[in-house]
Design a protein around this ligand. Sequence first.
Ligand SMILES: Cc1cc2nc3c(=O)[nH]c(=O)nc-3n(C[C@H](O)[C@H](O)[C@H](O)COP(=O)(O)O)c2cc1C
Length: 529
Amino acid sequence: MAETAEPVGLIEALGYGVRDVPLPAFAEGAAFALVAARHAAGRLELSGDPVPMLALTAGHDAADAAWRLAARAVDLRQRRPGHGVGAGPSRAAAVRAAVCDAVARRPPPATARRLTGWEDAVPPPLHPSFDGRLDCHLFDAPDGLPLVGAVLRQGGGATAREIRALGCALTPAGAVRAALDGVLAKIASGGWTAPAEPVEVTAETTLDGTVAEGELGDRVKAKVRTVLDDERGAVIQCSLLEERPGELGPWAEHDVAGCTAPAEVPLACPPSRVRLSRLFHENSKIRAGHRTLPPVDIDRLAPTVRQALARPYRDYGRTETEYALPTEQQKQALLPLDVAVRRRRSAAPMAASALPAADLARVLDLSAGITGFARTSGGTRLPLRATPTAGGLCSCDLFVLTRRVDGLRQGVHYFHPGRRVLQLVRSDFAFAEVAAHTGYPGRVADAAAIAVFAGAFRRNQWKYWERGYRMVLLECGHLAQSVVVAAAALGLVAHPLIGFVDDYFNRLLGLDGTDDAVLYLVLLGKAAS
Ligand SMILES: Cc1cc2nc3c(=O)[nH]c(=O)nc-3n(C[C@H](O)[C@H](O)[C@H](O)COP(=O)(O)O)c2cc1C
């Protein structure tokens, strides 16, 4: 925040604090919230209590946004309704900002010219994939300064929503930038509204691309008052001599009273570190009214597809190295749920003894086992499992790496839920090598078996597209938790692990790592007494 150090210092001197506000992945820029000093950034906010926002500013340029927040802080301290406030590194910059702020706080004239070509001078603060429309209008303002109204609209029909913001500057391009900064601020604070009446457009005009700010001169008749002017910066209040009564309506700033700044920001990493996941999350959202997934009627799918849906698992073939899971001891008492859940501990010590095959079978039955069938109206029979599966598509496969399991060879096995067997996939590897490809070789060396969860993304994504990826991860979590709880109910230790070398495990299981990929491990072992 080097370039924001001065305005932030000024804000702190006024007795407030500043917090970063994350923008959604489709928006580009910086946003800051003005908060009480005790909530200032840099302090750990482990309580998770909501942090009330006092004001919010945003902009493509972090320093501009922070200076504007300093002006808002002064505004709050010395409420003078109808005045513009400007803050900046110099008195001249603060006067310019104050006058422009005062102009943009007055209701705009009724008509405007639609601006074209503004994108060449001022980059829109939105990711190109954003499916909305952004228009800029140059109001035929009687003031000597250009006033731009930006309108961002998304969606259609009953779900259409809109953001409007006014911006004033010394040049039309500067005014576009100021208006877009206002749009960003409303995006950051959730200031979307239902669409208002369209702006009455009288003509089109191409933007003069001069962004550099000139001098204010006496283009606007205004009275200015110096609030502060020293080495920390300058703050100016301004009132326009010419009154223009009326309401700002949809152009008014979003009132952030009641909005909360993210409480966890001091613990968060910079958005650049999580750029891909933010982008993915944004693009895997279900949005009301559009981008809705196509409905799928299973009975109308091709017979081969219906067959695949009825057997949503792999099959490594009937070989001599297929183990039918034992059925004896199925009556073995399980610990009551509350006892099992309270006793469970991931890092509990594991015994060096072998895992009974019956225990492993029980864990598999209670997690990935088939427990029933659903039948579509057309008669397709779809297997249902002990664990919920997204769309009933069973998109998470369960493998078991056996090391010390009574009656089973060491190796990678696939749990075939349809036939309730463990199919040996391979045994030509050393267990020490497996342990070495995790972040916890010592701990893994203690395990009698490892449950390996592999996402079968294509099994889900044909239906759920980008959202399918989320669903497979969730399904994997459900399945793994079933393994953990079943193991706990048998008095076993179950230790989940995400710290492993992906490509090694994918190769070990023969998965391509893209459409089918190992997601998660759970170490299993008998509890050391
Ligand atoms: C998604 C997930 C990933 C995990 N990955 C690891 C891991 O890589 N290494 C590890 O030692 N524990 C891992 N754990 C176990 C947690 O460290 C453990 O659950 C946590 O310390 C709380 O302990 P408890 O499970 O005994 O309640 C993971 C747990 C979850 C839910």
